[in-house]
Write a protein that binds this ligand. Sequence first.
Ligand code: PEP
Ligand code: MG
Length: 597
Amino acid sequence: MTFAIHGLAVARGIAIGRAVLLAASHLEVAHYFITAAQVAGEIARVGQARDAVVRELQRLQAELPRDAPSELAALLDVHLMLLQDEMLEDGVKHWISERLYNAEWALMTQFEVIARQFDEMEDEYLRERKADLEQVVERILRHMRGLALPAVVAPPATDSALAEAPALVLVAPDLAPADLLQFKQGVFAGFVTATGGKTSHTAIVARSMDIPAVVGARAASQLVRQDDWVIIDGDAGVLIVDPSPILLDEYRFRQRQLVLERERLARLRHTPCVSIDGEKIELLANIEQPADAAAALRAGAVGVGLFRTEFLFMGRSGHLPDEQEQYLAYREAVEGMQGLPVTIRTIDVGADKPLDKAHKDTHLNPALGLRAIRWSLADPVMFRTQMRAILRAAQFGPVNMMWPMITSVEELKQCRIHFETAQRQLTERNETFALPKIGCMIEIPSAALTVSVLLKLTDFISIGTNDLIQYTLSVDRSDDAVSYLYQPAHPAVLNLLFHIIRTASRMGKSVSICGEIAGDTQYTRLLLAMGLRRFSMNPANLLAVKDIIIHSHINRLEDELPKIIRNDDPEKSEKLLKKLNEMVFHADGDVKAATAD
Ligand code: PEP
Ligand code: MG
C-alpha cells in the first residue's frame, strides 16, 4: 500500500529505488558493491567468520564451570541457535548474490531485517532477543575484520549485473556528516533521516553529493522496511513508500525533466557570470575534501570560497592528522584548483560536527560552547600545526586563510599571535612557505554588529549565514522541531546582512557569503541588490545561480531593496522576495513582467 512520510526538503531531485535501512551504530561498516566474480568469495568470508564464532561459543560452553549460573549456559545456547539460523544465512547469501553487497553490508542488512521481526513480536522475551542477535552479529563482524579480503577486486562499474540493479536509497535514524562522506563514492542515490535541519551539516554534505535528501522524516526508520520500493522527492521533502505504478510513472517523467534541465544549465558552464547591466559576479565553490576541487572546476567555479577542513579531522578516533598529512591535503586542493584561489578555513568542529562518535559533544549547549575558533584557541598546538600546514601549501597557488566563528576583536588578535608564531616556527625549521590573505567568518551577531573593527584586522570576510541565522534567531539549525523558525528572510537577518555587505564595500574589503543561501536561487537577486558580488556555494548549485544572475539587472533590483529592508513583517518579506524573483528584464533594464511594487 502506498503511503507518504513528510520531512524537510534539503537536497533537490528525485531518487527512485530500494530502501536500505541502517542503524546509526552500524554505519562504520564498509558498504561497497562487489562483482559477480566475487560473490562466492564474499559468501565464504561470512561463512568462515560465522563458523569461527560457533567454535568460539562451543569452546566457552565446554569450559563453563559447573557452578556457573544456568542463565549463562542458556544464553550461549540462544546465541548458537541464532548463529545457525537459516534465515540469517539465507538472507546474507541473498544480499550478496542478488544485490552484490559486500559481505559486511549484507550481514548488517539481514540483521536489520531479522531485528525488525523481533521488534514486532508480542512476546517480550522474544522481543528482547534482538540484543542477542546484535551481539552475535558483532562477533561475526569482528572475525571478518581479521580475515583477508578476497583477492579479486575488479571495478564494480564493469559488472553488468550491477549496472542493471535498482538504485538504493539510504534510510537511517540519524547520520553524522562524516558518515555521509563515506558514501560519496556513489553507493546511494538518495537518503532520508529521522532528524536534522535544513542547514545541518549532514544536509550540507548531501547537497554537495548532489543526491536528493529528506531530513526530519521522523517515522521513516519505523515504517519503511528493508528493500521496500521508495521514491524520495527532494523538492517537496517527501518519502513515498511502495509507490503505485501511476506514481512511479509520474516521478520517472519528472526525473527525465530534471535531467533535461541539468543539460540546459550545463551549457552555461563557460558563459561569463555577468548581469544584464554588466556587473561581473564571482561564483566560488564550497568543498569538504581536496578531491572536491574537480567538481568545483567542472561547475565553472572561479575558486574555492570555503574549504571546510574539519572533514579531514573526522572519524579518526582522536588521531588527528599531523602537519605533513594536512599540508599534503591542502596542497592537493590548491593544485587541484589550477591557479584559482582557495580559501581554507581552519577547523570548525563541535555542535553538529563531532570529530567522531567517541567525541560526541556532551556540553549542555554545544552550539554555544567550545566550537570552531574557540576549540582551536583552546588547543594552540593543534591550531598552529594546522596554520603551518596551510602556510606551506600556500606556496602552490593563491591561498586565503580564514578563521570561523569569531566573536570579538580580542579573539582575532589572539589568532594573529598564533599565526605569527606558526610562521616563526617554520622559519626556525628552515621550511619554505608563502603568506595567505587573512580573513574571518562573520556568523555571530556580535561580529556582524562590530564588523568595521574586525575588517581593520583582516583582508577579507565571508558571511556564514547558516550560523548567523541560527544565532540571530536562536534556532538550532540541526533541529527539525524548530525548523519553521529558521527564516533567512527574517527582517533581523536581512538588516544584518545588508549592514555587513555595505560596511565591507565602503571599506574596500572583499566580502562573500559562503552559507547555504549563497547557493539558494530564491535569495540570489536579493543578495545582488544588497551589493554582494562574491557567492560561495556547493558546486551543484552554481549553474542555477549563474542562470539567475545573467538574467538580472542589478541596478533595477537595487531600486526594490529599500522596501524589503525597511519591511518589518517576516511574512511580507517572503512576498516581496517572490516579486523580486519574478521580475523579467529587457536588455535595457526595463521590467518586462511582474513588477515588484
Ligand atoms: C555558515 O555557518 O554559514 C558556514 C558556512 O559554516 P558552516 O556551515 O560550516 O558552519
Ligand atoms: Mg558556520
